[in-house]
Design a protein. Structure first.
Length: 114
């Protein structure tokens, strides 16, 4: 059974730093993407990383202030976002994917507010 467990969401002050984790079990050789969805908006891909970390992509809205990384020994992918803005408020989802399958975490709420 494939499981994705996200952690690290919550309340962040404007200008602060967010660090999310996604621990994956039940699959191997998978890429991971972080997505987010704010109320009334479509789901937006924030960042992605390939199975060995050789290919990394960022969405335009977070480029330059975000870092996605992975520790394959711990089956965990991290997303760090700096200089958080109120418009970063959303539910953040972890997505693990292979050539043939797609899996989603339950989502974690991130609220940027003072």
């Amino acid at each position: 059974q494939v499981q994705l467990v996200e952690s690290g969401g919550g309340l962040v002050q404007p200008g602060g730093t967010l660090r999310l984790s996604c621990t994956v079990s039940g699959i191997s050789n998978y890429g991971v993407a972080w997505w987010r969805q704010a109320p009334g908006n479509v789901r937006e891909q924030v960042a992605s990383i390939s199975s060995k970390g050789g290919t990394i992509l960022y969405g335009d809205s977070v480029k330059g202030r975000s870092t996605i990384s992975r520790d394959n020994a711990k089956n965990t992918v991290f997303l760090q976002m700096n200089t958080m803005k109120p418009e970063d408020t959303a539910v953040y989802y972890c997505n693990a994917f292979t050539i043939s399958s797609n899996y989603w975490g339950q989502g974690t709420q991130v609220t940027v507010s003072s």
